[in-house]
Design a binder for this molecule. Structure first.
Ligand SMILES: [Ca+2]
Ligand SMILES: [Ca+2]
Length: 422
């Protein structure tokens, strides 16, 4: 189910700065889980995520129509409305909260939109009575998307809107179709195009559209997202004939990311600026799971410590620079539901979303122990509870929930522990 009426998959991820998770730390990092709610119907799906943790996507409302939504912590899921028609979908959001997507106009045309300050505006098209869609927006306000550019039916081009709303056609590599799905802070765009033989291939646009190649033995590729280092991710077919998630660094060949154990298919949808990649992988026939890829290994998100939900994660759509991940619960179909994973705050040993004196007591009790876990006080994932973990706890002390125990009380407790060991 999807509102846009466009057949190809898409993805939008806004990007920007830093979060370092080593391989071992990543495996032990717990996540808080939020269910993003609904607009009144059952089905919700996330597409984009900004560095403030706002999620955008599409959801069925109480009247049974699909609407673009934005979810903000403390506010919940809000409908973005439409351009005068019945339905809409949101695909990308930048760090200032400007949202892009597509919506039906009163005339029944699907047009790309920009939503800011509570108002949805039509991004327009290059011809009358035609189609456009907007998939991603960067912090400079540049937007990646697609637009009908010819009177020949379905002759679409990958395009980029300037922050002023001017459309640039990103060109073609011989075929008649192109889609721009991702954009980074430099305005570089990732997407797909059809070649002269109507095969779909991936491109990265810097100063011109460039074919990013194929996996060995493959013939198909689509790029879904690009980060500020120019690394693009997407899906391509491998020699096996199955499609696999790939990443591709600037000037390099595509790298096959493989699949989770038991699976044949995988697909990458989002990448952040520290190179963490999310997507979905098959684990057995017709059975998908959301994954997180650290550069060497693909982890099933369901294998992580997830606090606040037991729902199975079937898909992961976007990851921001804080390591938050927009996910999909429920198998593809009517029961899909949008969620957000947020890395647990270092110091929160008992995982109650607050760093308090209770957590200090846990760390204190386990100080110096090896083979330690997060719940024992090993917040940096090095396997031992040390002073580094105390520093992490102290830095976040009082986070999330105010309580009587003050930071000075914590320091006093630490001092007494140090003196005791002398
Ligand atoms: Ca806690
Ligand atoms: Ca440690």
């Amino acid at each position: 189910m999807k509102c846009s009426g466009v057949t190809m998959t898409m993805l939008a991820v806004a990007v920007a700065s830093i979060l370092l998770l080593g391989g071992s730390a990543m495996a032990t990092q717990p996540y808080y889980v939020d269910d993003l709610g609904t607009l009144g119907g059952a089905w919700t799906r996330p597409h984009g995520l900004n560095n403030a943790g706002q999620v955008v996507g599409e959801a069925i409302d109480a009247s049974g129509n699909c609407k673009g939504f934005v979810w903000t912590r403390g506010v919940g899921m809000q409908s973005l409305g439409t351009l005068g028609g019945s339905e809409s979908a949101a695909y990308g959001i930048n760090d200032s909260g400007t949202i892009v997507g597509g919506a039906y106009t009163a005339a029944g045309l699907w047009h790309g939109f920009k939503y800011t300050g509570g108002t949805m505006s039509d991004l327009g098209t290059v011809m009358d009575n035609s189609y456009s869609n907007a998939y991603a927006i960067n912090n400079a306000g540049q937007i990646a998307g697609v637009c009908d550019v010819s009177n020949i039916n379905r002759q679409y081009s990958a395009i980029r809107w300037s922050s002023a709303g001017v459309i640039s056609n990103l060109g073609s590599l011989g075929g008649i179709l192109g889609w721009a799905y991702g954009i980074n802070s430099a305005g570089n765009v990732a997407g797909s195009f059809t070649d002269t033989t109507n095969y779909t291939k991936g491109f990265v646009y810097t100063t011109s559209m460039a074919d990013i190649g194929l996996l060995p033995g493959g013939s198909y590729c689509e790029a879904h997202a690009i980060n500020d280092s120019g690394t693009a991710v997407g899906v391509a077919d491998a020699a096996s004939g199955y499609t696999h998630a790939f990443y591709r660094n600037t000037g390099s060949d595509l790298v096959d990311m493989g699949t989770l154990a038991g699976g044949s298919f995988s697909e990458a949808r989002g990448i952040n600026n520290s190179g963490l990649i999310v997507g979905r992988s098959e684990i057995s026939d017709n059975n998908f799971r959301g994954f997180l890829y650290s550069g060497s290994s693909m982890l099933d998100l369901n294998s992580l410590t997830l606090v606040g939900s037991t729902a199975t994660i079937y898909d992961a759509w976007a990851i921001n620079d804080a390591g938050q991940i927009a996910v999909d619960f429920g198998p593809p179909g009517d029961t899909e539901r949008a969620g957000l994973l947020t890395p647990a705050t270092p110091g929160d040993a008992n995982l109650d979303r607050a760093v308090t004196f209770k957590d200090y007591i846990v760390l204190e009790a386990n100080f110096g122990k090896s083979n330690a876990t997060w719940s024992m006080g090993d917040f940096n994932g090095d396997g031992t509870v040390t002073f580094k973990d105390y520093i992490a706890l102290e830095a976040n002390f009082g986070h999330s929930a105010p309580e009587p125990a003050s930071i000075s009380l914590l320091a006093l407790a630490w001092l007494s522990r140090v003196l005791r060991r002398k």
